[in-house]
Design a protein around this ligand. Structure first.
Ligand code: C2E
Ligand code: CA
Ligand code: CA
Ligand code: CA
Length: 274
C-alpha cells in the first residue's frame, strides 16, 4: 500500500517536472519567435527522378535553442499548435521561404502547413496577402498539408485548399499512407501532388508489400493527373526502384539533407552549370 502511494507520488512528481519543462519550452519558443537568430529555415531539395535536376525545395523549420541546441520540429511544432503560436510561426516560415527562394532556378518552394492554420477560415486570404506584399508568383508556391486537413468536418480546410488552388498555389498531400485515407480516397482529393511517406520507401526489400503499395499509389496518382514524390530516399536501391516505377520526384538523405540558404544556393549553382 505504501509502495503504491510512493509510486503515485513519484508519478505525480514526474508529471510536475514534465509540465514545468513544457511551460518553460513554451515560454522560450515565444522568446525565440521574437528573436531573429533562433528560428531558421532550412531547405531540402526535391530531385526529378527522370533527369536528377532539382525541381523544388521544401522549407523545414529549425530552432536553435540558446542552451539546448537544436530542437526538432516534431517537438516544437505541437507546442506551437497548442499554445497559439503556430500562426505566427507559419507566417514566419512562409515569408522567409518566399523571400529566400525568389531568384532560385526551381519550379516550386514547398512550405508545410499545420491543420491548425488551415482551420482558420481566413487562411487562404492571409497567404494571398503575404504573396502580394512580397511580389511572389503564387504558382511558385506549394503548400504541404496532411490527410487530417481533408477530414476536417467544419469544411474550413477544404474551403481554404480550394481558394489556394484558385490562386495558382499547388497543394501536396504530405506523409501519404500514414493517415486514414484509403487509396480509394485519392480519387476525390483536390490536390496536385502526393508525397509518399518515408515508412513505405524504407520498407523496400524488407516487406514486398511496401513495393506493391508504392507502385499502386503512383499508378493511381498518375491516373488522376497527380505528381508523386517519394520521401526518405536513403539508398541507391530505393532510388533505382522508384525511378523504375515512374515516381516523379525524389527527396531524401541520399540526394541531399536539409541545409541552410548558403549551402542550397551553392548546390543550385552547381546543378545549373551541368
Ligand atoms: P515532414 O514534412 O514529413 O518533413 C520531412 C522530414 O523528414 C524532415 O524532418 C526531414 O529532415 C526528414 N527527412 C528528409 N529526408 C530524410 C531521409 O532520407 N531519411 C530520414 N530518416 N528523414 C528524412 P524535420 O525537418 O525534422 O521535420 C519533421 C516534421 O516537422 C516535418 O515532417 C513537418 O511535419 C514538421 N515541420 C517542419 N517544418 C515545419 C513548418 O515550417 N511548419 C509546419 N507546420 N511543420 C513543419
Ligand atoms: Ca512536408
Ligand atoms: Ca512528409
Ligand atoms: Ca510529417
Amino acid at each position: 500500500k505504501t509502495a503504491g502511494r510512493g509510486q503515485f507520488a513519484v508519478f505525480g512528481k514526474e508529471m510536475d517536472t514534465m509540465l514545468q519543462q513544457r511551460r518553460t519550452l513554451e515560454r522560450e519558443l515565444r522568446e525565440a519567435l521574437s528573436s531573429d537568430t533562433q528560428i531558421q529555415v532550412y531547405y531540402q531539395p526535391l530531385y526529378s527522378a527522370r533527369n536528377a535536376k532539382i525541381t523544388g525545395v521544401e522549407a523545414l523549420l529549425r530552432w536553435r535553442h540558446p542552451q539546448h541546441g537544436w530542437i526538432a520540429p516534431d517537438v516544437f511544432i505541437p507546442i506551437a499548435e497548442d499554445a497559439g503560436m503556430i500562426e505566427a510561426l507559419g507566417e514566419r516560415v512562409l515569408r522567409q521561404a518566399c523571400l529566400d527562394s525568389m531568384s532560385w532556378p526551381i519550379e516550386t518552394v514547398a512550405v508545410n502547413v499545420s491543420v491548425v492554420e488551415l482551420r482558420n477560415p481566413a487562411y487562404a486570404m492571409k497567404v494571398a496577402k503575404i504573396l502580394l506584399s512580397i511580389g511572389m508568383d503564387p504558382t511558385r508556391l506549394e503548400l504541404e498539408v496532411t490527410e487530417s486537413a481533408l477530414t476536417d468536418s467544419a469544411g474550413h480546410c477544404e474551403h481554404n485548399i480550394k481558394a489556394l488552388r484558385a490562386l495558382g498555389i499547388t497543394i501536396a498531400l504530405d506523409d501519404f499512407g500514414t493517415g486514414f485515407s484509403s487509396l480509394g480516397r485519392l480519387q476525390q482529393l483536390a490536390v496536385d501532388r502526393i508525397k509518399i511517406d518515408r515508412c513505405f520507401v524504407q520498407g523496400f526489400g524488407r516487406s514486398t508489400n511496401d513495393e506493391a503499395i508504392v507502385r499502386a499509389i503512383i499508378d493511381l496518382a498518375h491516373a488522376k493527373g497527380l505528381r508523386t514524390t517519394a520521401e526518405g530516399v536513403e539508398t541507391t536501391e530505393q532510388s533505382d526502384y522508384l525511378r523504375g516505377i515512374g515516381c516523379d520526384d525524389l527527396q531524401g538523405f541520399l540526394l541531399s539533407r536539409p541545409a541552410p540558404v548558403k549551402d542550397i544556393e551553392r548546390l543550385l549553382r552547381g546543378s545549373a552549370s551541368h
